[in-house]
Design a protein around this ligand. Structure first.
Ligand code: FRU
Length: 472
């Protein structure tokens, strides 16, 4: 295996090489899914931002298309930052932030909003009207980026991230033609709590009978088992009345180490599908030694639960990746039970029946080295009602454990996706999701289930070997 391929994921969307961060312009257009992303094609670190581009018929199998946007105009000279895509009467149109560094020493920047159009869905032309929004409203800070645009009752609306007096904000604009925009006011903001000084990558939509605002605040402080990083993706559920969003919650969307800048799309089946960046500004990135960094998460369908929370379910198309399925359960696990010895493109589907069990803790060890030197552990503590993803012995990476509270329930369902250097755990139909990167050796492929202080019943346990979507 060549050097560059070390740690490369096999069934996730990622750049052909170089750096990637946020998903951009997710859209279902002319019967196909397009995903763009923040991309620096010339190196493994963040640089002047381009938009990479992938296309798919099913959100699972992706093909690379040429880079869609590159910086270089007077208004986007230092980067084409994050944004979104719309179908403007058959014209695929991108709306993005132009980034301009005025004084690198003093950190002075100018950010504006721009559009680019395509006739063929591949080549994009920046509009003569750019920038379509020159600057932030008076009195606001210089951070003004990440437009997400949608159409409602024949009118275009935009939410865009902003800051005022070091409090994160989301601003609302409207337009009849995508070129002339009217500022409608502040849709939502940090009201002075631990909610960050700049709200990056906002997204706003109806889900069930509520409205949901997603944002990725910068500057959130860790609080007990809430929040992990300075950067954090959160969701707010609420009502939308006269251009105002009245929120009743502010909650982490994913509890892993590596999840940020999520964006959604509404697809042909009416599903609200979310994809995030599966890495993090703060995370050490061992893949950079091999010339690349970053990946997109698996697509997740957003669902509003009866309790008014958001669940992220793995989309049903993910079963297309299954190549060979081995049922192992039912199992009665007393101490340790091995379930897999080889393969690092794997989905585990497991159910734990707590009512029939007397264990005080149980879980799954995976990416285990034969000599015991490496393992990643997902451990449910039934006394504390928590789940922990522990990657302190996961291999080369940054380590660290993340613990979150979970609801008590009669059964716990787990779907665990491992793709070489990524882990995505979906608990109870996406009620709790944990996304992290790990960097084990290629040969660390063992998996076991375990129980502590008693035994645990597993009515079902199936290991699916998954296939690669890339030919490299
Ligand atoms: C979020 C972000 C965005 C910005 C982009 C730049 O991760 O900082 O706010 O548009 O990345 O690459």
């Amino acid at each position: 295996q060549n050097e560059r391929a070390a740690y490369r994921l096999r069934y996730h969307l990622m750049a052909p090489s170089g750096w990637m961060n946020d998903p951009n312009g997710l859209i279902y257009f002319n019967g196909q899914y397009h995903a763009f992303y923040q991309h620096y094609p010339y190196g493994e670190t963040w640089g002047p931002m381009h938009w990479g581009h992938g296309i798919s018929d099913d959100l699972i199998h992706w093909h690379h298309l040429p880079v869609a946007l590159a910086p270089g105009e007077a208004y986007d000279r230092d980067g084409c930052f994050s944004g979104s895509a719309v179908d403007d009467q058959g014209t695929l149109t991108l709306i993005y932030t132009g980034h301009n560094v005025i004084d690198p020493e003093k950190d002075v920047i100018v950010q504006n909003q721009n559009i680019a159009r395509s006739r063929d869905g591949i080549h994009f032309y920046k509009a003569n009207a750019n920038p379509v929004i020159h600057q932030q409203p008076a009195g606001m800070g210089q951070d003004f980026r990440d437009p997400k645009v949608w159409r409602e009752n024949g009118v275009w609306f935009m939410v865009v991230g902003a800051t005022k007096h070091d409090q994160g904000q989301v601003l609302l604009y409207e337009s009849a033609n995508l070129e002339e925009w009217t500022y409608r006011g502040v849709l939502a903001q940090n009201d002075g709590g631990n909610e960050g000084y700049m709200w990056e990558c906002p997204d706003f939509f109806k889900l069930g009978d509520k409205y949901v605002l997603l944002a990725s605040p910068q500057g959130v402080e860790p609080e007990g088992d809430r929040y992990l990083n300075h950067h954090q993706t959160v969701y707010m559920v609420g009502d939308y009345v006269n251009g105002q969003f009245i929120r009743s919650s502010f909650t982490e969307l994913d509890y892993g180490h590596d999840f940020y800048a999520v964006q959604t799309l509404l697809d042909g089946k009416g599903r609200r599908i979310a994809i995030g960046w599966m890495d993090m500004w703060e995370s050490p990135k061992p893949s950079q030694k091999h010339g690349w960094a970053g990946a997109m998460t698996l697509p997740r369908e957003l669902v509003l639960t009866e309790e008014g929370k958001i669940a992220m379910k793995p989309i049903e198309e993910l079963t297309l990746l299954r190549q060979q399925s081995t049922p192992i359960g039912p199992l009665h696990v007393k101490h340790v039970h091995p379930i897999l010895s080889s393969g690092n493109l794997v989905e585990l589907e497991a159910q734990f029946a707590l009512v029939d069990s007397d264990a005080s803790a149980f879980g799954i060890r995976f990416c285990c080295a034969a000599d015991g030197s490496e393992e990643t552990v997902l451990r449910f503590d039934l006394l504390k009602h928590t789940v922990t993803l522990d990657r302190s012995r996961s291999g080369e990476g940054p380590g660290g454990a993340r613990t979150v509270s979970i609801k008590s329930a009669a059964t716990i369902d787990v779907r665990l996706f491992i793709d070489r250097s990524s882990v995505e755990v979906f608990i109870n139909d996406g009620e709790t999701v944990i996304t992290s990167r790990i960097y084990p050796q290629e040969t660390s492929t063992g998996m076991t289930v375990f129980a502590e202080g008693g035994s645990i019943v597993m009515p079902t346990c199936t290991v699916h070997k998954l296939k690669s979507i890339w030919s490299e």
